[in-house]
Design a protein around this ligand. Sequence first.
Ligand code: SAJ
Length: 420
Amino acid sequence: MHTGKSPQAFEKVCVVGLGYIGLPTAAFIASKGVHVTGVDVNSKFVESINKGEVPFFEPGFDVLLKRVVEEGYLVAQTEQIEADAYIVCVPTPFKENHKVDTKFINAAVKAMAPHLRPGALVVLESTSPPGTTENMANYILELRPDLSLDEDDENAIFVAHCPERVLPGQIMEEMENNDRVIGGLTPRGTQLGVDLYGTFCTAELLQTNATTAEMAKLTENSFRDVNIAFANELSLISDRLGIDVWELIDLANHHPRVNILQPGPGVGGHCIAVDPWFIVSSVPEESKIIKTAREVNDGKPEWVMSKVTKALKGLDAPVVAALGIAFKNDIDDLRESPSLNIVKRLGEENPELDVRVVEPNVDELPDSLSAIANVKKQDLQGAVAEADLILLLVNHKEFLALDPSVLDDKTVIDTKGIWR
Ligand code: SAJ
């Protein structure tokens, strides 16, 4: 629904949290000639961004960042400023009980509160359980009782939720071209959100309320989790039946209304392995399939471990080449990575093993692996040549390009089905 009014112009925008989502969002807005202040508590990130350097790997993004920094439209700093609009893109991890931990949102809002002025828009972009945007707004009012959420009040601020949707690895394309869901706590909050995201997003800007927007995001990622769990469950069933699961899925997918996803070593990343729990912890009684899917996907690394243990039986002082520790192909993101978890357990639980990790997307192993004496990093060719067992964990392009004949005399566990 459009009000017919011309869109609100934003001169100064403050993006809080410069990670995989916040930084590209800040850069896209800045590329439209809006002055953006990117804020992060990590001063190393801030320094690197102000030099035009991306602190993580995302194809094609380096060119955009360099440009907006050089043109002066994006400046990074550790302090928030007075702005027309704020976008909060901080992590929302869960606690032991799978309930959200809002400490980063609270910290962001606390630092924002002194700078907020009437008329400002505050958008929460971090993935959050239903009700979080409203709680955030109430916390703002606690800190700034002079402000109001009543649209008719001259001291009103406007609050909305606009969940991010981009796929890591395809951010340059998806940031502009994915439809967005925008839900305000009030109609004007929604409209201002639409105006803000309309500065750089050329796709549909779908309007709703804040709670539905929160739930839409969780629903999207739970949909994917449930579908991957189906593929992972099929891989366990097929293994028992002596069937090639990839052939099975390929055959089934020829049905016009079947589209099964791919099994793997488990589900990683900070989104799909986390977000469904926000639904389960909000409404536990009713979230049966969503909970079971999480358990199936979380159980897959254990199953891979049991396969490796079986394959290693009888081998004396074996060398294992573990191919890939990122949470998925062709990125450097290790968050919640099932592959990283498998390699860590492999090294820790089997001190007699010599584990060679091949990960083309990172320069150094993370501390969790470099602390294990029998785990080290190696190049692909060397590791494959020296290993008795090849454990393929991620379908990185370098592994897809490997001549399969080098595997001829090796024991191979291929969790992604690339060498079938
Ligand atoms: N995976 C499989 N089999 C598949 C597809 C994926 O095992 O067939 C695994 C991947 O290897 C990875 C995990 O699932 O470990 C998640 O990967 P992904 O590519 O499905 O998703 P993410 O986490 O990179 O990004 C998702 C996306 N959500 C959806 O596709 C519904 C993205 O659009 C969201 O913006 C992102 O979560 C997010 O930040 O929420």
